[in-house]
Design a protein around this ligand. Sequence first.
Ligand code: SF4
Length: 577
Amino acid sequence: MKVKIARSAGFCMGVRRAMEIVLAEVHKDNTKGLYTLGPLIHNSQVLELLESKGVKVLNDLKEAAASKVVIRAHGIPPGLRAELRKIQARIVDATCPKVARVQAIIRYYTRKGYTGIIVGDADHPEVVALKGYGDDKVWVISDESQVSRLPIDHQNVFVVAQTTQNAKSYEQIVKKIKERSPRALVFDTICEATHLRQEEVRALARQVDAIVVVGGYHSGNTRRLVEIARSTGKPAFHVETPGDLDAKALEKMDVVGVTAGASTPNWLIKDVVAELEKIKGKKETHLGRIINKIVKSLVLSNVAAASAAASMSYSVGHFLHKPSSIYPLITFLYIYAMHVLNRFLDRTASAYNEPERASFLMRHGRALAFMGALSILGAIGLSLKLGLRTFIALLVLSLLGLIYSVPLIPKGLRLGTRYRKIKDVPGSKTLSEALAWTALIIAIPLLNGRLQGATDLIVIGSCVLVLAFVRAAIFDIFQLQGDLIAGSETLPILLGEKRTLFLLKALLFVVGAGSLLAPAIGITTPMFCLAAVPAATTATCVLVYERAWAMPGISFEALVETNFILLGALVAIWVHL
Ligand code: SF4
């Protein structure tokens, strides 16, 4: 079945930020006494996950004495904040910046003597908190009929909306208020994330046969999405987990649209999408399903990643006029073995990042482990043919790869550090993967005296390092949520997603420009200009992700790996022309 995923599906900025703040606290190794004031988000799977990590929902304020208390995205009234301080709770503020802006508006104008009107649901935690910022000088209304009862005659008035308020009804209510108080100051405080998500469901409904909305059954914004989807006339299904999908009803569809509430994590969306893809669509051909299955197996078994590395090795051999089949083979075997092993040791993150990969690992764990062991032995065996230096280098590289995810400092040993594995060192995952690729593709052949020349070696070596780094960082971005949960400090977690994406685009631009310039000024072989192709196609992948034109998943991973396999194919065509 074809699945179209809404660009806005999943965590909004405020919820993502709140999750990141809580998880950062969890991984500080002091989870004892970490509370949230109310459920962090309306998603039972996420709440269960947080509970399993020692994060409790605060029921009684006294429980929080001298503990850490996280203020969720909705914020809290200043009075409650003062009470928390009184009992010496350590406040971790995860109030959404957009909500904090509304709080600031209310505080500023009520202090200046204005009367405030909040348009929203009086019982909603966000509104309860907002009201607290205006003492008794603010009124909460939810519809036009309440405007006439407001005591606002001869007063300076300002109006704000609950951030998730419906834009149309806010407009109508404001119109009524203006009739009574023409000089009222009106602030646009509606969060565009909610509005965009709702608009997108309407647009998506026009392109698909049915809509699946993923999210908690108690989540207000998810339920609103279901209502909107149904109002378009298309069948709409509200599911919390893949198990809730009605396969029989969905079999009648060909294309299904998927969206999700602001509190739905990516792994649940991916889980539902993977399950939907298993259902045979009305017009889906047998051949299409087989091709899809093959591509998935290649990615999930790590054959695609190993092929991408081997393709780079093959291309570099030709760029440096020393083509050889043994180096691409060693590269393939080594990368395959390391990927299998590290995915295995990193199962926690996989379960949250790539549920499909996690279940693949569960199903084929033994076979994969056997193949991985066989591959690393094969790579080391082959290196023996190239001499002692290469053999020792590959042995060292293999040991480094093997100990990467293994705790070097036992858990019981209290050394005051939470860095127990090489993997725990911030940013190490991205860099070590890039360095391993470069060592295999450039350094190992160099040891054997197969690559000579200085300038072209530096240019081509830098290109390999950067491309491998960008590839690793893209996957780290795809796996951001799961890595956060598992506590892995990858480059995107360290720098933030936006800055990492900017860095990747800049690096790809340098590689693209360099690979066109170097042959033009005679530093490298003319064939090296082909390296501009993976730079350009990978930059396109970055853009596609950034603009949310596609959601990370197995198909997207296959696309990224194809960029590198494509380079080898182009080099082969160039050589044989
Ligand atoms: S919906 Fe908007 S205002 Fe509310 S938490 Fe998300 S980003 Fe913040």
